[in-house]
Design a protein around this ligand. Sequence first.
Ligand code: NAD
Length: 466
Amino acid sequence: MTNVLTVHNPYTGEVVGEVPCCHVDDLNRRVETAALGAAEMRTTTLHERRRMLAASAGRLMEHRAELSALLTSESGKTIRETRAEVERAASIFELAAAELVGPTGDVLALDALPNGAGMLGYCMREPRGVIGAITPWNVPLALAAHKIAPALAAGNSVVLKPAEQTPLSSLLMCKLLVEAGIPGNALVVCTGLGEEVGAAVVRHPGIAMVSFTGSREVGVALPAAAGFKKVSLELGGNSPLVVTPSANLEAAAVAIVRGAFAVAGQLCISVQRVIAHRSVMANLVSLVSAATSRLVVGDPASEATNVGTLISSEACQRVERLVDDLRLAGAQVLTGGNRLGDCVYQPTVLAAVVRDHPAVHQEAFGPIVMFITYDQFSEAVQIANSTEYGLNAAIWTTNHDEAMEGARLLQAGTVIINESTTFRSDLMPYGGIKQSGMGREGVRFAMEEMSVYKTVCFGKPAQSVY
Ligand code: NAD
């Protein structure tokens, strides 16, 4: 039984550091600590929570350089991407602080029904207790912030189980948050293996809610394992982007390249399938191919790099097999299609992709974009919806009716008009339908999920005026 997890730099192969590989006993102790933290947080005033959340944002920004360098070395994300991620994490804490000045409940018109004549009621939200937060390696700081900040704002404590590949930046972030004033008992980290300590977080009776972000393969089994507790799931995707004949092709091409190759295509909302009308396909693929071939690929620590590495050699081999399968089935590789190193794969543009190939329906999670042709708008919608995923979808058009139809018919948690599928604002309700998940994040919406309504009803006064 190992007691240490070693973290490697996927680009250089060097050891970046080591963290404890916790086991179930360690988790049990941390949940006991977090239960004390939950009791502490429940009694804090909103003013105190606002202060600690705002201070957290400031503290992360002060350590932006250190956090981003560490995250680049353990994830292979480019330094420009990780700097932006630290800023994003800080702004999520700011948003959580801002949420606390708004109304926190509703007055209920009890006497609108006969049994409530003369009565007054209100409802307000109370914290759930200990929130178990399980996070993936690909956006580890911002997605941990999307769980920690709303959980604390709503008066809970948190046990964070970060991904095995990227625990160092999460540990550093949580240390900084505690230094900024978050009670140490209210934010505890448990590093370890997903199948052991992650699974134990899901089952633990002392944890009131599990907020999981990760793969569909792991996520689908969690509600049954969790027993009597709330579970929210942010899972994978296979985002379609429809380009209609009226679209601004130059702008669409820029959005496709940005959305397909950010984080080397390892985002749940990466542009995976471009479904373009036959009349614009040739122009669009040539614009996208030309821009893709100009991307600087490789060393994530270099300021010049646009596309960093995949997370592991296995991930790179999986992408290589996927491209080979599609190529064998008739797809044309217009740009890329080669492995450049142990964990580096060239950004790849695949045209004439067979729409029903099984690989088209999987989550690619790599630097690949697939082009599929359509003739009728209804066909584009049918192709876009033909996966088990439903996270983000986009449509590029200048036709108002098509935009409205796209918004209505595309099966996705978010439909985006004339932007990349990777667009996300941290204040919007975000999450999937179908097998992309259950529940919504986005600070206010996560606070709702991480709290429960308590309703209070005042009886009729003895000398009623009613
Ligand atoms: P993963 O599912 O392998 O791991 C995610 C987390 O779950 C890790 O912390 C891991 O240790 C833990 N885990 C593994 N097995 C577990 C188990 N049996 N019980 C409980 N926890 C367990 O995912 P990953 O490779 O880290 O991340 C990539 C995946 O995450 C992709 O599918 C991506 O689309 C998805 N993702 C989704 C979103 C979203 O917002 N919807 C955001 C980012 C990533």
